[in-house]
Design a protein around this ligand. Structure first.
Ligand code: ATP
Length: 238
């Protein structure tokens, strides 16, 4: 039986009078890659930001492993095992690669655990190890995205939330980032990813949800959504 890790029930989120997310239900099982796709303004980022604690739940429920997150601080959510990689790969440009990674480990107190986290991130991203003493500003866009993902993994999460990881990257790096997402899952970390690049995201996803106007209008396996005429016409360029 699949074990539900993240459960979102009847979630609604507003910005003043704007109803950005309207009674949304979805879940992510342990070990899955799940993607939320949809046009600009569909509510994808808002859902991710609400799961991380950056926006307020107006109604509904978010739980991780049966632990209700609704009113928890962002830091406690990270400690509970869920970490977001922000959109636009926000790394600290004037700090070295290693210093950026260290910031991701702020919830880890044990030295031995910290060492394991570095080893694991450097093993997954050898380029970051090579560049560990360079300022993050000197990395390419794709390398900065790897650093942002590596920083999230430093907290040794159960689950990571990725906000448009392929945005603005050169084609070569886009493929690389999707390969990396699969590798992360293979190490046992569950993944929720939102993407404009629906085609690529559905190819690597176990399941997906299609959002429109703050509501989920379709769901299925990645393959089924890729094969659906409605989804193809609306989101995959026909
Ligand atoms: P995009 O890919 O363009 O970010 P999205 O699917 O992630 O799209 P959201 O960013 O979640 O969509 O936006 C959902 C709705 O909420 C949109 O109508 C958007 O204009 C509105 N919205 C988002 N952020 C804010 C904000 N800070 N204040 C007011 N309205 C907002």
């Amino acid at each position: 039986m699949a074990e539900t890790l993240l459960k979102v029930e009847r979630l609604s989120v507003n910005y003043g009078a704007i109803k950005a997310v309207r009674s949304v239900d979805f879940h992510v099982n342990r070990g899955e890659i799940v993607t939320l796709i949809g046009a600009n303004g569909a509510g994808k980022s808002t859902i991710l930001r609400t799961i991380s604690g950056l926006e307020k739940v107006v109604a509904g429920n978010i739980s991780l492993n049966n632990l209700v997150l609704n009113h928890m601080s962002s830091e406690r959510r990270v400690r509970s095992g869920i970490v977001q990689v922000p959109e636009g790969r926000r790394v600290f440009p004037g700090m070295t690669v290693q210093e950026n990674l260290q910031l991701g480990a702020y919830t880890i107190s044990r030295k031995s655990q910290n060492k394991t986290a570095y080893e694991s991130v450097y093993e997954q991203f050898p380029i970051l190890k090579d560049r560990r003493n360079q300022d993050a500003a000197t990395l390419s866009g794709g390398e900065q995205q790897m650093l942002a993902i590596g920083r999230a993994l430093m907290a040794q999460p159960k689950m990571i939330l990725l906000d448009e990881p392929s945005m603005g990257l050169a084609p070569l790096y886009i493929q690389k980032i999707f390969d990396i997402i699969q590798k992360i899952r293979d190490t046992g970390v569950t993944v929720l990813v939102i993407e404009q690049n629906a085609n690529q995201a559905l190819k690597i996803a176990d399941r997906g949800y299609v959002l429109e106007g703050g509501r989920i209008i379709a769901t299925g396996t990645g393959d089924a959504l890729l094969a659906s005429n409605d989804v193809r016409e609306a989101y995959l360029g026909g």
